[in-house]
Design a protein. Structure first.
Ligand SMILES: *[C@@H]1O[C@H](CO)[C@@H](O)[C@H](O)[C@H]1NC(C)=O
Length: 309
């Protein structure tokens, strides 16, 4: 029932909001009250949200802002980021931090709806951008509004482009005053373009990280997927399992975060002034259990995400 309400509210929001044109919901999909990632999966989830960035009107790539205060204070770059489809789930961050050599400023100006090049793959996509200014790194971070996700399967069709010295990421996170709980997909633009790093944080623990050479480069569109179950973090690219870590699997309710950043440190690298990097996302499927939206009723009509995206 909870999942039906979520889908219904997405459908309502989409029909009311001219800028966001979602796919029409198949009637079978609207009846789903339970989900699993693939036909073979044995992890079930009761809520699902699908964010489709492929056909949004009036895409616009904003010019970079050069100035820490103005960058942090920048407004939303597109009406889409004021729609309930977005604001019910995501928040645009503008916090700043000293960094590890280069000051870092998150700016809403770095989260935008861009027109796709080359056609074919969808007219538009969500972009998160980082740009190196003379005295700081302008970065992008989108966090979930709530930190109540407890087990999920999340996937996105994404690619990373741009200069060395950046990290693009999709991850879960909480600090809650205790040791960090976090599971990461991280791409470093400094590495070869088929290398992805997967971690159950803290990454300083031996065996908490797996570094994978993918079959295809992340400069191309790839379906990145993360399955979080009570005892394991499992990561997939284009449907193929590429990493599985049980050690330090998060157990607390977490936030879901996308970011594109650099802090001038050894790990992110140092970006040259005037350069930039981006993560581009055509769609994101968030299928999850939530501590604040518990299941109502039995898991009777199970839908497989593979069949829906
Ligand atoms: C998600 O919640 C449902 C309903 O409570 C439960 O049956 C299912 O096992 C949960 N999934 C995970 C991965 O814990």
């Amino acid at each position: 029932m909870a999942s039906f309400r979520v889908l219904f509210s997405i459908a309502t929001a989409l029909s009311l909001v001219a800028v966001a044109q979602g796919r029409p919901l198949a009637s079978a999909e609207a009846n789903c009250n339970c989900y699993k990632a693939t036909a073979e999966s044995d992890a079930y989830f009761v809520n699902r949200k699908f964010f489709d960035f492929r056909d949004i009107a009036d895409p616009k790539t904003p010019a970079s802002i050069n100035g820490r205060a103005a960058d942090a204070a920048a407004g939303r770059t597109h009406a889409y980021f004021s729609t309930p489809e977005w604001t019910d789930t995501w928040t645009l961050q503008n916090w700043q931090t000293q960094g590890q050599g280069v000051y870092r400023v998150n700016s809403p100006n770095n989260v935008f709806i861009a027109a796709s090049d080359c056609g074919g793959a969808g007219a538009t996509h969500l972009t998160l951008r980082t740009t190196r200014q003379a005295d700081y790194q302008s970065t992008a971070e989108v966090e979930s509004l709530t930190a109540d996700y407890q087990f999920l399967t999340v996937r996105m069709l994404a690619r990373t482009r741009g200069s060395p010295g950046a990290v693009t990421a999709l991850f879960t996170y909480t600090e809650h005053g205790g040791p960090v709980q976090e599971a990461d997909i991280e791409i470093r633009t400094t590495t070869k373009s088929n290398v992805v790093q997967y971690t159950n944080q803290p990454g300083s623990t031996p065996d908490a990280t797996t570094i994978v050479d993918l079959a295809t480069p992340w400069t191309q569109w790839q379906e990145h997927r993360y399955d979080w179950t009570p005892t394991s973090s499992d990561w997939y690219v284009d449907g193929k399992k590429v990493a599985s870590i049980r050690l330090q699997t998060p157990t607390s309710p977490l936030s879901v975060i996308m970011n594109v950043w650099s802090d001038g440190g050894v790990w992110s690298g140092v970006m040259d002034v005037g350069c930039s990097a981006e993560m581009q996302v055509q769609w994101l499927d968030l299928t999850y259990n939530s501590t604040s939206q518990p299941a109502v009723g039995a898991c009777t009509n199970v839908c497989v995400i593979d069949d829906l995206v």
